[in-house]
Design a protein around this ligand. Structure first.
Ligand SMILES: *Cc1c(COP(=O)(O)O)cnc(C)c1O
Length: 407
């Protein structure tokens, strides 16, 4: 062993070794079990962040560990020159449980959205006209960090500074049907939206808006894309959020919780739309990798069970009751947002812009939370977090709020 390998691994190394695009917490997690995480010092944290809505079954769920272990001794990777059993089994499950007839697997939310946007453009060009390329998107939306997806996303600060952007992308206010009416036309290939805007502050689409957008898309032969990377896989109480609205998209993307912590994503669509694709039009090396799909199957079967899905709203209610108790004492929240366990607490005006401070102080009281924008706290815990863990985490969080309100 070299001297370097013997020296302790420290948070300071991050600042020397890693591209400085993140500002991680000062502790380094080394172990997780359920909704608890331990750092290098053995300090225990309650996890209300769930790896940003990824660890939907907490850490090291036995079903996922078993699937990963079993598949790891069979077959890891064969490329898309071959197909594999786990990919076909996971695709079958996704198709059986949704509107979709076809699945494309990728490795991240951005890649699933990249595929969705390319498919929408290609479909419009093949079926209608080379000029049917306009994409309608919404302010505060987030669709990933590839250059196409970040340009489609509704926050210019993330896409500025990288040179010429992909053309024909329009951003308008979310939940504003008149704004959609004003820009949608025969040259529109797709409208893309999150039924609950995840990064953008946990604003839920209104039913009138989703229904209205669906009608307008039909009228102008534009495809409706739902980005359910964050809102899907049980997070809001149904397998996908569109199922609560009864508004069906033409293309849906899933990632984050799809692998419960193992990188995998999927784009779902119909037979008619997928008919414009053929070998060579799009692809990826790892997408549909047997290891990822085996874990995905275990995550899918565990999440898509009546017990888990039916418990989501009761857990949300418990979170809100606990938050309300804190609020009665400290007056920090003005409203609760989102759906199910995609839960937001909007900060009172005097705390606007300070969501990140709440995260940092919460960490010092050993509870992990998130923000969604600068003024909304976000809770995206494991879908199987226990009531006892919610209460214990909230006791810790109450101390953090007390400290902030006293400062
Ligand atoms: C996280 C997220 C993405 C991007 O997913 P990555 O895996 O980071 O590429 C896209 N859309 C939504 C709604 C997300 O929450």
């Amino acid at each position: 062993m070299t001297q370097k390998e013997q020296s302790p691994i420290t948070r300071a190394m991050f600042d020397q070794l890693i591209l400085p695009v993140y500002a991680p917490a000062q502790f380094i997690p080394v172990k997780g079990q359920g909704s608890r995480v331990w750092d290098q010092n053995g300090d225990e944290y309650i996890d209300f962040a769930g790896g940003i809505a990824v660890n939907a079954l907490g850490h090291c769920h036995p079903n996922l560990v078993k699937a990963l272990h079993e598949q790891s001794e069979k077959l890891w990777h064969v490329s898309n020159v071959f197909t594999n059993e786990p990919a076909l089994q996971l695709a079958q499950r996704l198709i059986d449980s949704t509107f979709a007839d076809r699945v494309f697997f990728a490795n991240s939310g951005a890649e699933a959205n990249e595929a969705a946007l390319k498919l929408a453009r290609h479909y419009a060009i093949e079926k209608f006209s080379p000029y049917k390329t306009k994409l309608i998107s919404f302010y505060h939306s987030f669709h990933g960090r590839t250059f196409f997806t970040v340009s489609v996303g509704g926050q210019a600060k993330y896409s500025d500074g990288f040179g010429p952007k992909p053309a024909d992308i329009i951003h308008i206010p979310f939940n504003d049907l008149d704004a959609v009416k004003a820009v949608i036309d025969d040259q529109t290939c797709a409208v893309i939206l999150e039924p609950v805007q995840g990064e953008g502050g946990l604003t839920s689409a209104t039913p009138e808006f989703l229904n209205g957008v669906r009608e307008l898309c039909d009228q102008f032969h534009a495809l409706l894309i739902f980005d359910e990377v964050q809102s899907g896989m049980g997070r809001t109480g149904t397998l996908f959020t569109y199922q609560q609205y009864g508004v069906t998209p033409d293309i849906l993307t899933s990632a984050k919780a799809l692998g419960g912590g193992f990188p995998i994503s999927a784009m779902l669509t119909t037979e008619a739309i997928s008919s414009v694709m053929h070998p060579g039009v799009h692809g990826t090396t790892y997408g549909g990798n047997p290891l990822a799909c085996a874990v995905g199957i275990a995550a899918f079967d565990t999440i898509n069970s009546p017990q888990v899905l039916a418990s989501i709203n009761a857990k949300r209610e418990l979170f809100i009751r606990e938050l309300e108790q804190i609020n009665q004492q400290f007056n920090v929240f003005t409203q609760y947002k989102g759906k199910g366990l995609l839960l937001g607490a909007e900060l009172a005006p005097q705390y606007h812009g300070k969501a990140r401070d709440f995260l940092n102080v919460a960490t010092s009281f050993k509870v992990m939370i998130l923000n969604a924008g600068a003024s909304v706290l976000r809770f995206t815990p494991s879908l199987v977090i226990t009531d006892e863990e919610i209460k214990e985490g909230m006791q810790r969080f109450a101390k953090a709020v007390a400290q902030i309100s006293a400062s």
